[in-house]
Design a protein around this ligand. Structure first.
Ligand code: PEP
Ligand code: MG
Length: 323
């Protein structure tokens, strides 16, 4: 996408640690690219690849390559973060013929599935490596709960790289990241950080799993709030662990597109907010209006983390916005 004229935007796939806040887009297929351009995203912070797997037949490696390459090339020189398959829970793939589960959100979902289906996983990993030749690319693994899962995912990633090189294909560099969306991984962020290049916080699932609230149940919508102080404290903890280890953290759940939360995220050191393209303008505006001094940022963080309830957090954020 063209340089959007906001200065400081002529650099690209390099680490967001070295830049100001990056405003990126979430997409589900190359069909979303026109929106990414229209709203001038500075990259793609979450490319959900499930869409390719929702049909009657599974996509081939070449079909996957085509879809990923198209996105990476269009987004270059900005970074495209491709997420490996997150089937299960709310996302179905009929061609995989998965057994019914009693608790799909707590079941064989995402990386838990791909680690059990190595050929399916390797095929996607090979396609992502090959797409990385087209521009700055990152890969991230969803639904990691344990260090062993991350290690096994990375073993597959390096094996897929060998396969691609053996076959004589060109590849680029790949930043390797993980989603933080399960409380066990969030709590141990300092242990995960040395093993990845970045974290991307999935606030939809992190909220669901921290508050034990089904993200799809409208009856519980009031409880399903990323404003809950426990969720925000966890996010602050994750960002802190990342900074201490010299890696960057993004937010790619719905909360990343919430202008009320943006000053808090910036204050805790989040480097990238990735959101539905239609939210980019309002989040940019919310932060542009704000000249936060270090002291103000620290005050905001401590007053939010001092709250006991969602309602108190919302009041605090609203009062801050009104200043
Ligand atoms: C999330 O959980 O916040 C996230 C971005 O992933 P998804 O909504 O696709 O589960
Ligand atoms: Mg998720």
């Amino acid at each position: 996408f063209a340089n959007n004229g906001e200065g400081n935007d002529d650099i690209s796939g390099e680490s967001p640690l070295l830049r100001g806040m990056i405003f990126a887009a979430n997409i589900g297929s190359p069909g979303d690219l026109p929106l990414v351009e229209k709203f001038k995203a500075q990259g793609i912070g979450l490319y959900r690849t499930e869409f390719l797997f929702m049909g009657e037949e599974l996509p081939s490696e070449e079909e996957q390559l085509e879809a990923y390459r198209q996105v990476v090339a269009a987004c270059s020189p900005h970074l495209t973060v491709i997420r490996t398959l997150d089937i299960g829970g709310d996302k179905k793939a009929p061609a995989l013929h998965l057994p019914q589960e009693k608790n799909p959100f707590l079941g064989v979902r995402a990386l838990r599935l791909t680690l059990r289906r190595p050929e399916l996983f390797r095929q996607q990993l090979r396609a992502i490596w090959r797409a990385s030749a087209a521009g700055p690319t990152a890969i991230m693994f969803p639904m990691i709960a344990t260090i062993e899962e991350l290690e096994r995912a990375k073993e597959n990633l390096w094996a897929a790289r060998e396969e691609v090189l053996q076959a004589g294909y060109e590849i680029g560099e790949l930043q390797v990241g993980m989603m933080i969306e399960i409380p066990s991984a969030a709590w141990l962020a300092d242990k995960f950080a040395p093993k990845v290049d970045f974290f991307s916080i999935g606030t939809n699932d992190l909220t669901q799993y921290m508050l034990a609230v089904d993200r799809e149940n409208p009856e519980l919508a009031e409880l399903n709030q990323p404003y809950h102080p426990s969720v925000l404290a966890m996010i602050a903890r994750v960002s802190q662990a990342a900074l201490q280890n010299g890696i960057w953290t993004g937010i790619c759940g719905e909360a990343g597109g919430d202008p009320l939360l943006a000053p808090f995220f910036k204050a805790v050191g989040i480097k990238e907010l990735s959101m539905a393209p239609g939210s980019l303008a309002k989040v940019r505006t919310a932060l542009a209006k704000l000249e936060q001094s270090k002291e103000e940022q620290e005050r905001l963080v401590s007053s939010v983390l001092d709250c006991a309830s969602t309602a108190e957090v919302v009041n605090t954020l609203q009062a801050y916005k009104a200043i």
